[in-house]
Design a protein around this ligand. Structure first.
Ligand SMILES: [Zn+2]
Length: 209
């Protein structure tokens, strides 16, 4: 019988990154928040699309470029339909696309708060010798993996680092010494629980009470 407790953690960040941009109305640099609405402008066979942001102080708009002078034929019909429908999931995915946002704004503020939804897949927290956490990350998160683990498992960050140094905490695909990086979708973590209390396993599984 396997002694592995397998759980899935779905990480749902709460607040999308906010670019800081000069606001023409405030006459100052301000944080802008996604409205989750798109604007599309068709000009002949060419098309522009933006995600609309609002200044958090005065509501002034900033249009974040998504498509610039693209031929309609070159755009996936599915993506175009999502833009036209102001599809909330598409807006959310793009609002959390930190890499692209950083190409549009020099300063981008990120918010680490996230909900962690835990699902027990197999095994028992009481008898587990090892804990395997699979990460499901629908939109990119900006939080540090070691902070997340410390908060959710009740282990200190130095303890987690020590476990990794000893080879008792491993990540796949493997990442050396990168516990401070954000978790990514599809990542798996295996922890040897042999010298720990079952508290961490119970916390990881979300099997309280
Ligand atoms: Zn403003």
């Amino acid at each position: 019988m396997s002694d592995v407790l397998r759980v899935l953690w779905t990480i749902v960040p709460q607040t999308a990154p906010q670019p800081w941009l000069p606001c023409s109305r405030c006459h100052n640099s301000r944080a802008f928040r996604s409205s989750d609405k798109f604007r599309i402008n068709a000009n002949g066979k060419r098309l522009d699309a933006w995600l609309i942001y609002n200044c958090t102080a005065c509501g002034n708009t900033w249009n974040r470029p998504l498509l610039e002078r693209r031929t309609v034929n070159g755009i996936s019909p599915e993506f175009l339909a999502q833009l036209q429908a102001n599809d909330p999931e598409t807006a959310r995915r793009l609002a959390f696309d930190l890499g692209d946002l950083r190409t549009k704004a020099q300063k981008v503020e990120t918010f680490p708060q996230a909900l962690v939804q835990k699902t027990l897949m197999s095994g028992s927290a009481q008898t587990a010798g090892r804990l395997e956490i699979g990460f499901v990350i629908p939109v990119a998160v900006s939080l540090r993996l070691d902070r997340l683990l410390a908060a959710e498992l009740g282990l200190s960050r130095s303890r987690l680092q020590h476990l990794q140094d000893q080879g008792r905490l491993t990540l796949s695909p493997p990442r050396k010494g990168k516990l401070r990086n954000p978790p990514v979708d599809g990542m798996r973590m295996l922890i040897d629980l042999s010298q720990m209390s079952v508290a961490a396993a119970i916390a990881a599984a979300g099997a309280h009470g």
